[in-house]
Ligand binder design. Structure first.
Ligand SMILES: Cc1cc2nc3c(=O)[nH]c(=O)nc-3n(C[C@H](O)[C@H](O)[C@H](O)COP(=O)(O)OP(=O)(O)OC[C@H]3O[C@@H](n4cnc5c(N)ncnc54)[C@H](O)[C@@H]3O)c2cc1C
Length: 264
C-alpha cells in the first residue's frame, strides 16, 4: 500500500461482488484494500440451512483473509464504512479515515419492509448469519414453549409459521421448515402435537418465483404443496399485530413467527 505510483483501489464489501472484483485485479499493478464490517465472507445461499438447524454457521462463513492469503497486493481490513467524501477521496470508517484513488462499492442489499416498516421489529429476516441464528433460536424456543405451554397461549399461535414473499429465499425456508416438521420434529419432539403446526407461504403475485420461468414456478408450487406447505398466491398481507397477520381479503392467520422475505 506504500508505493504512491501504484493506484490504490478500495473495495467496500467482501460479498460475492467484492471478492470477485478483488480477484479480477490479479496480476495488475494496483494495490487493493478490501474492507468489510465482518472478517468473514457469508455464503448467503445456504443461510436457510443455518436458520433451520441443518448446518452450523461455520459452514457458511469463510475467513476473508484466508481467501486472499496468496494475493500480496490485496489487503483486508475489518471496518464499517460510515461515509464517503468524494471530493477528498476519503472514507470515514470505524477504524479511522482511509484514502483511495479508485473506489468500488459492493455493499449488497438491505431488507425493504414497505408498509411493514412500523412493525419490522416483530418480523424475522434472513440477510445475515446473526439473522439466521436468531430465527433458529426463535423457532426452537417456541417449540420448547409449546411443549411446556405454561403461558396458556394457543398452540397454533406458538407453532404456526408465516413466510411473506414467494421468491427464492421464502421458498427455500418454507421447504426446509416443512422438511423439519416432517422428518426432524417427530423424532426430537415426539410428544408435541405437530398437527397444530402449519407453515403458510404468502405471495401477492399469481405465481411463485415470479422472476423465473413458468416451469420453475409450477414445479416449486407442486413441490412445496407435496411437502405440506400451505401456499397462498394472489394474497396480499396487509399487517401484523404481533399475534395475527391480516390479509387483504379480511381474514387473518394466528402466529408468533412471521418471516419477511418480501423485498430488498
Ligand atoms: C437467504 C438468501 C439466499 C440466497 N440464495 C441465493 C442463491 O441460491 N443463488 C444466488 O445466486 N443468489 C442467492 N442469494 C442472493 C445473493 O446472496 C446475493 O445476490 C449476493 O450475496 C450479492 O452479493 P454482493 O456482493 O452484492 O452483496 P453481499 O454478498 O450482501 O455482500 C455485501 C458485503 O458488504 C458488507 N458491507 C455492507 N455495508 C458495509 C459497510 N458500510 N461497511 C463495510 N462493509 C459493509 C457486508 O458485510 C457484506 O459482507 C441469496 C440471498 C439471500 C439473502
Amino acid at each position: 500500500m506504500k508505493n504512491k505510483n501504484i493506484p490504490k483501489i478500495i473495495i467496500i464489501g467482501a460479498g460475492f461482488g467484492g471478492i470477485a472484483m478483488a480477484k479480477s485485479f490479479k496480476n495488475r499493478k494496483v494495490n487493493v484494500l478490501l474492507i468489510d464490517k465482518h472478517n468473514y465472507h457469508n455464503f448467503q445461499p445456504l443461510m436457510y440451512q443455518v436458520a433451520t438447524g441443518g448446518l452450523e454457521p461455520d459452514s457458511i462463513a469463510y475467513p476473508v483473509r484466508r481467501i486472499f492469503r496468496k494475493h500480496k497486493h490485496i489487503a483486508f481490513r475489518m471496518a464499517e464504512v460510515t461515509s464517503i467524501d468524494q471530493k477528498k477521496n476519503q472514507l470515514s470508517t470505524s477504524i479511522g479515515p482511509v484514502y483511495y484513488d479508485f473506489l468500488v462499492i459492493a455493499t449488497g442489499s438491505e431488507n425493504n419492509f414497505f408498509n411493514f416498516e412500523p412493525v419490522k421489529d416483530k418480523l424475522l429476516t434472513l440477510k445475515s448469519i446473526p439473522d439466521a441464528l436468531n430465527m433458529r433460536s426463535f423457532i426452537f424456543q417456541n417449540l420448547e414453549k409449546a411443549m411446556a405451554n405454561t403461558d396458556g397461549d394457543p398452540l397454533e399461535e406458538i407453532m404456526n409459521i408465516a413466510i411473506i414473499g414467494g421468491g427464492p429465499a421464502g421458498l427455500e425456508l418454507a421447504g426446509a421448515l416443512a422438511e423439519m416438521k416432517r422428518y426432524v420434529l417427530p423424532k426430537d419432539f415426539p410428544d408435541l402435537n405437530l398437527s397444530k403446526m402449519s407453515i403458510n407461504l404468502y405471495e401477492a403475485e399469481p405465481k411463485l418465483l415470479s422472476a423465473m420461468s413458468e416451469q420453475a414456478s409450477a414445479k416449486s408450487l407442486e413441490y412445496l404443496q407435496n411437502l405440506g406447505v400451505n401456499v397462498h398466491l394472489k394474497t396480499m398481507v396487509n399487517g401484523y399485530d404481533g399475534s395475527n397477520i391480516q390479509l387483504a381479503d379480511g381474514t387473518s392467520f394466528l402466529t408468533k413467527t412471521v418471516i419477511w422475505t418480501a423485498g430488498v
